[in-house]
Design a protein around this ligand. Structure first.
Ligand SMILES: [Fe+2]
Ligand SMILES: [Fe+2]
Length: 179
C-alpha cells in the first residue's frame, strides 16, 4: 500500500467535478419530488399525494439507494481502510444505513408521516453530500494511494451518464431527467 498510484491531476479534477455535479442533480431532483409530496399533503390532494409518493419511492429505489451501494465498494473501500479516513467513512456508511431506513419508512407512510420521512431523507442526504464533496473525495484526490478517476470509472451511478460517455463539457453536467 506504500506504492503511490499513478494518476493524472486533470483526470482527478474531472472525476471530482462530475461526481459533484451528479450529487447536485440528485439533490435537486430529491428536493423537487419532496416538494411535490409535501404540497399534496398540505393541500389534502389525495390523488396527487399518491402519485408523488409513488414517484419519490421509485426514485429512491432506482437512484438514491443504488448510488449509495455503488459508492461503498470502489469509493469508500480504500479510504475506509486508511487511518486518516476510516472514521469519516464509518460515519458516512452509518448515514447510508440511516437513509435506507428512512426510505423504508417513507414507503410505508402516508400523509404527514410520509412528508416528514421525505424531508428527513433530503436533510441527511444534503449533509452527507457535503462530506463526500468536501472531505472524502478531496482526500482521495490528494492522496498518493487512491485515485478518484479510477474509483468512479464506468459507474454512472456515481458520476452520471455524460461523464461515462465523455459528452461532458467543462461546466456542470446537465440535470438528469429520470422519467
Ligand atoms: Fe454516500
Ligand atoms: Fe454520493
Amino acid at each position: 500500500m506504500d506504492t503511490p498510484v499513478p494518476k493524472n491531476a486533470e483526470d482527478e479534477a474531472r472525476a471530482l467535478a462530475a461526481a459533484e455535479a451528479h450529487h447536485a442533480s440528485m439533490l435537486h431532483r430529491l428536493d423537487a419530488l419532496t416538494a411535490a409530496l409535501t404540497h399534496a399533503v398540505k393541500t389534502g390532494d389525495k390523488v396527487a399525494e399518491h402519485d408523488a409518493h409513488a414517484v419519490l419511492v421509485e426514485w429512491c429505489e432506482s437512484e438514491l439507494i443504488p448510488h449509495a451501494l455503488a459508492e461503498e465498494g470502489p469509493l469508500y473501500g480504500g479510504p475506509g481502510a486508511a487511518v486518516e479516513a476510516r472514521l469519516l467513512v464509518a460515519g458516512m456508511l452509518a448515514e447510508h444505513r440511516a437513509v435506507a431506513g428512512l426510505v423504508e419508512r417513507l414507503r410505508a407512510a402516508q400523509g404527514v408521516d410520509a412528508a416528514v420521512a421525505a424531508g428527513a431523507i433530503g436533510e441527511i442526504f444534503a449533509l452527507h453530500l457535503e462530506k463526500e464533496n468536501n472531505l472524502l473525495m478531496p482526500f482521495i484526490v490528494a492522496s498518493d494511494e487512491f485515485s478518484l478517476a479510477d474509483a468512479v470509472a464506468g459507474l454512472p451511478d456515481l458520476v452520471g451518464e455524460a461523464h461515462i460517455h465523455g459528452t461532458h463539457g467543462t461546466g456542470p453536467a446537465p440535470l438528469r431527467t429520470n422519467g
